[in-house]
Write a protein that binds this ligand. Structure first.
Ligand SMILES: Cc1cc2nc3c(=O)[nH]c(=O)nc-3n(C[C@H](O)[C@H](O)[C@H](O)COP(=O)(O)OP(=O)(O)OC[C@H]3O[C@@H](n4cnc5c(N)ncnc54)[C@H](O)[C@@H]3O)c2cc1C
Length: 212
């Protein structure tokens, strides 16, 4: 049994390391001090397939596995934890939620631009009263004709200020407790969907953590 990395995985690690050391490392302090979200490296991350590592190519992804994904995050975070977090929240939280549980139409509409890096994703679960205990979610969603209307505010959303799409949790059936919470895909430009206060953190400040 072979427990080492394959030649392809080692090559991926070298490429991500070279990119991180060449294009991220020179700016780490500047980005952190200015709380600057490094939008300028998003096209390059997309070109390298790092915004859709684990998704099949038919959905715009790189079609790689979790070992490759872990290597990617490890190499990015080795140089800048903020960039690791931006990429991890985009891939694992937002995009993967749609990949695992979205309809085919939702995957085509949202996952393809996310995985190919044309759109940035966020995922909003946390609220002031719902952290470790997601059952404390207070945001509600109610049917209004053929639409859903969400009411509430989220906190600590990674990529919240820059997200084109956001998967947000809301209570749809209070009587079912923690099983009465559903996920909704929000799009930039939808009425009422907007970023709120951007948190100032102690470290990892190039990663945006915001209210939504
Ligand atoms: C940089 C950053 C990025 C984030 N990005 C996102 C994001 O993209 N989307 C999102 O939805 N959220 C995000 N979060 C929020 C994160 O998921 C929450 O902070 C986390 O769920 C903990 O919730 P909390 O901060 O309310 O702490 P609390 O839930 O209040 O917990 C505080 C402390 O109490 C402990 N604790 C809680 N309950 C128990 C218990 N029953 N028994 C024993 N100990 C307990 C916890 O372990 C912790 O040490 C982010 C947070 C940070 C810091």
């Amino acid at each position: 049994m072979e427990f080492g990395f394959t030649e392809e995985q080692q090559q991926l690690r070298r490429s991500v390391r070279e990119f991180a050391e060449g294009e991220i490392a020179p700016h780490v302090m500047e980005w952190d001090e200015a709380s600057h979200f490094p939008m300028e490296i998003i096209p390059k991350l997309a070109e390298m397939g790092l915004l859709g590592v684990i998704f099949p190519e038919e959905y715009g992804g790189a079609g790689l596995g979790y070992v490759e994904y872990a290597l990617t995050i490890e190499e990015l975070a080795r140089v800048d934890g903020s960039v690791g977090l931006i990429v991890a929240a985009h891939n694992s939280l937002c995009s993967n939620h749609i990949y695992k549980f979205g309809t085919e139409a939702q995957k085509k509409k949202y996952l393809v631009p996310l995985a190919s890096g044309k759109a940035i994703g966020a995922w909003s679960l946390t609220e002031p009263e719902a952290g470790s205990d997601a059952g404390g979610t207070r945001t509600t969603a109610a049917r209004c004709g053929n639409q859903w209307v969400l009411n509430g505010a989220k906190t600590f959303t990674t990529n919240g200020q820059y997200a084109d799409f956001c998967v947000a949790m809301a209570v749809t059936d209070k009587s079912k407790g923690s099983h009465g919470i559903s996920a909704f895909i929000l799009e930039k430009g939808m009425a009422g969907f907007r970023p709120g206060k951007k948190e100032n953190k102690l470290g990892m400040r190039a990663s945006d953590t915001s209210e939504v």
